[in-house]
Design a binder for this molecule. Structure first.
Ligand code: NCD
Length: 304
């Protein structure tokens, strides 16, 4: 039985298989419409979510399966003090697979050690978000036609942004990736990502505070929200929240085929005036998220 807690739980070959499977699902949805008949997905969301939870649920419904779960900790027994481990054992009695989001780093890992069914990490604190990474890889592949030879700029809250941490991890598997890390000095990428990921795999990366100076080089710009819920004080959040606001003006020096990505939700980081720009990919990411999660559920449930 396999769980997905960290993107490195999957080999590069397995990621490629999932991306191919998602493409096949997009091309032939009817082929998959009954694959998970009689199976249940439990969505255990201890933190807010729109896309991740609903895309998991839509994915399971489109596979012919069913969904149960909760969307806030207040309505689960964790509000009475139940441990994540006990919740995982309990849900294993009712469902076939779990997707869990939790504010504590490592909670889905703990759940996976106790559950008797596969557990998918749907975001753990400021740590990891592997299914967003699969979504992002599918989007890059569909937009660029490749997963190597590009320059990507991550911009915004690189300290707490779990989607950035997981995607950087995944990109170490592909050839000739150059990374710009664009953030205010208070929100730089954690040291452990530099040591254990970027330096360890000899990835070319540069840290900067200036988005516009690197814009002409970028093939992909990955914008992120400043993660308000992870701040210790509101004053710091207010000071930093509008550090980067992408406007049409700032794109004048950008490549014509730049892909503008964002895991969403957006607060102020991308002006709505960019939404109609053909380079905007963030709503395509939303849709891709459903298909790649369909592929993942099939894999972890070992459905042929
Ligand atoms: C992200 C998350 O939850 O980490 N959202 C998502 O899952 N698409 C990004 C964010 O909350 O900023």
């Amino acid at each position: 039985m396999r769980s997905l807690i960290d993107i490195n739980d999957l080999t590069k070959e397995e990621i490629d298989e999932l991306l191919d499977k998602a493409e096949d699902i997009i091309a032939n949805p009817e082929k998959y419409s009954q694959k998970c008949k009689g199976k249940k997905l439990a969505t255990l969301f201890f933190e807010p979510s729109t896309r991740t939870r609903l895309s998991f649920e839509a994915a399971m419904y489109e596979l012919g399966g069913n969904v149960l779960g909760f969307s806030e900790s207040a309505s689960s027994s964790s509000a009475k003090g139940e441990s994540v481990a006990d919740t995982a054992v309990t849900v294993s009695c009712y469902a076939d697979i779990i997707a869990m989001r939790h504010p504590k780093e490592g909670a889905p890992l703990v759940a996976s050690m106790k559950a008797s069914i596969p557990v998918i990490n749907a975001g753990d604190g400021g740590h990891n978000h592997p299914t967003q990474t699969l979504t992002d890889l599918l989007t890059i592949k569909r937009e660029k036609g490749r997963l190597n030879n590009f320059c990507i700029g991550f911009c915004g809250d690189l300290k707490f942004g779990r989607t950035v941490h997981s995607l950087i991890n995944a990109l170490t598997r592909y050839e000739n990736i150059k990374i710009y890390l664009i953030s205010p000095s208070e929100l730089v990428i954690p040291e452990y990502i530099k040591d254990e990921v970027l330096d360890r795999y000899n990835i070319e990366y540069h840290e900067t505070t200036a988005l516009e100076s690197v814009m002409p080089e970028l093939d992909i710009l990955y914008m992120t929200r400043v993660q308000r819920e992870r701040f210790f004080n509101e004053a710091d959040y207010i000071r930093l929240k509008d550090s980067y606001v992408l406007t049409p003006n700032k794109l004048t020096s950008a490549k014509k085929d730049l892909a503008i990505m964002h895991p969403l939700p957006r607060v102020n980081e991308i002006s709505t005036a960019i939404d109609d720009d053909p380079r905007a990919c963030y709503f395509k990411q939303v849709l891709n998220g459903k298909y790649i999660r369909m592929a993942l559920i099939l894999k972890l449930l070992e459905v042929e």
